[in-house]
Design a protein around this ligand. Structure first.
Ligand SMILES: [Fe+2]
Length: 192
């Protein structure tokens, strides 16, 4: 890369391929991908070039790149974008044996982390409880390792959308994973 060439999504994809080729530890993979995603998020305009986004709305998810030759725990890592509506949230969930990197291109999302607490830790029965939260704004990245539980909420305001870029170390519809309800401590397998 020369000094005059801005980082690009294609260069990011090559970097992620190199990471999977050269690093086997999933935490080290996630850290390295997060570092590169931070660089990509700092480049203005690249996401709009890839998406046909209306001025407002355009909510939903779009795949940006599926790579079948590498991934963790199996092949098929995915780069995607979700355009989140005001207040959009979800229930706590894990990503099975995969790790994920979340980056905010534009907007703000609150990340909440959870874990199970068991008798002896101040609960009478196994309970899913919050362990912390933080907010990601423009250019911010965060990763979640295999088994970690979190949920996201768009906190940009009552009118704004958040553009969130996510890299799944293996396309999540290929992964067995769970969603948790803190109100009754129930869990269910997430739909493929
Ligand atoms: Fe997630």
């Amino acid at each position: 890369m020369t000094q005059t060439t801005a980082y690009s999504m294609d260069a990011f994809i090559d970097d992620v391929k190199d990471i999977f080729a050269n690093i086997s530890d999933p935490k080290a993979q996630a850290e390295a991908v997060a570092d590169h995603l931070k660089d990509l998020l700092a480049v203005p305009g690249w996401l709009e070039e890839r998406l046909d986004l209306p001025e407002e709305g355009g909510y939903g998810r779009m795949d940006l790149h599926l790579e079948e030759d590498s991934g963790h725990p199996g092949p098929g890592w995915l780069l995607m974008c979700s355009v989140q509506r005001p207040g959009q949230d979800n229930l706590p969930h894990d990503h099975g044996a995969a790790w994920v990197v979340y980056g905010v291109y534009d907007g703000a999302i609150e990340q909440t982390k959870w874990r199970w607490f068991f008798p002896g830790e101040g609960v009478k029965e196994a309970s899913i409880k919050e362990t912390g939260r933080f907010t990601q704004r423009d250019g911010s990245v965060a990763y979640f390792l295999p088994g970690e539980i979190h949920n996201t909420r768009n906190v940009i305001g009552t009118e704004g959308r958040s553009l969130v870029v996510r890299l799944e170390s293996q396309k999540l519809d290929r992964i067995t994973r769970y969603q948790y309800n803190p109100l009754d401590n129930s869990m269910r397998v997430m739909d493929r």
